[in-house]
Design a protein around this ligand. Structure first.
Ligand SMILES: NC(=O)c1ccc[n+]([C@@H]2O[C@H](COP(=O)([O-])OP(=O)(O)OC[C@H]3O[C@@H](n4cnc5c(N)ncnc54)[C@H](OP(=O)(O)O)[C@@H]3O)[C@@H](O)[C@H]2O)c1
Length: 253
């Protein structure tokens, strides 16, 4: 019987939805709830609105009921750039962020809001999904809409580490919509894995790693970069031992 409550935010997103479904499907101690801002999207993705709280990470008051009695929080929220205007023929679409949903407001302030309320309500462990590339100010993703998205994400990671709550920070390489459980995962730090030919990983594999971080004591107080070998190169070496994988990782940003 589940006896601990975990809240997953960003559950209408492409990775967050998989995280929530995985925890609910696996036999474990955890009862998983989702936080979403759209009831309609939630109904479309999950076929039900039961087990969800509706709120917005920019509004702290909406996070309080969702985080009440939670033992763990999994943060998979993120700002998402939008197309500025339909491009003229031959032009590349220009991306920007809505003024109320910039990386500063979502990836920094929004994540800090979740961490603050989690601290108030006594959450013991926060797992934060981040992105590789944050050591490089000039990374092309930082240029989108002058949003500096990777910089703000990294500042939120630092804030989590300083919160005093147990943390696991999982910074993924480029996300692929391919099946999980077929590859060897590689962990690292300081973006060194970006030197690989294809620093990518399926969303399903990241979602599994996030879920395993919830169950695995070795994941506590660790921050890591993660990518995968290609399916071909992983032959016979698919990652199943997550305790051993987390044991390779270290505390601090
Ligand atoms: N794309 C890549 O290659 C890549 C690589 C490495 C890491 N990452 C990072 O991995 C994470 C997951 O990526 P993803 O592509 O799976 O995410 P995604 O599909 O873009 O989902 C983002 C989620 O955040 C939610 N959200 C945004 N603003 C919110 C707000 N104010 N209040 C509540 N929820 C809010 C969205 O809700 P709505 O559905 O309501 O919009 C959605 O559920 C992100 O942090 C991303 O930056 C991405």
């Amino acid at each position: 019987m589940p006896n601990k409550k975990v809240l997953v935010t960003g559950v209408t997103g492409r990775t967050g939805s998989i995280v929530l479904q995985k925890i609910r499907q696996q036999d474990n101690d955890w009862e998983a709830f989702g936080l979403a801002r759209s009831e309609q999207k939630t109904q479309e993705i999950f076929g039900s609105k039961e087990g969800f709280y509706f709120g917005d990470i920019t509004d702290k008051t909406t996070l309080v009921p969702a985080l009440k009695n939670c033992d763990a929080l999994i943060i998979v929220t993120s700002s998402v750039p939008q197309r500025k205007a339909p491009p003229q023929e031959g032009e590349r679409p220009e991306l920007t962020y809505p003024p109320d949903a910039t990386p500063e407001k979502i990836d920094y302030q929004g994540q800090m809001n979740q961490i603050d309320i989690a601290k108030q309500t006594g959450v013991n462990h926060i797992i934060l999904m981040g992105s590789m590339g944050g050591t490089n100010e000039n990374h092309p993703l930082n240029k989108i809409g002058n949003g500096n998205i990777l910089i703000w994400k990294r500042k939120a990671e630092q804030y989590l580490i300083e919160s005093g709550i147990d943390y696991t920070i999982i910074r993924a390489g480029g996300l692929l919509n391919e099946p999980g459980g077929k590859r060897k995962l590689l962990v690292g730090k300081n973006d060194t894995l970006l030197d690989r030919e294809s620093p990518t990983i399926p969303r399903e594999d990241v979602a599994e790693l996030i879920v395993q971080a919830l169950y695995t004591p070795e994941a506590r107080n660790k921050a890591l970069d993660v990518v995968s070998e290609s399916e071909e190169a992983s032959q016979g070496e698919v990652t199943y031992d997550f305790t051993a994988l987390f044991a390779q990782t270290t505390p601090g940003l």
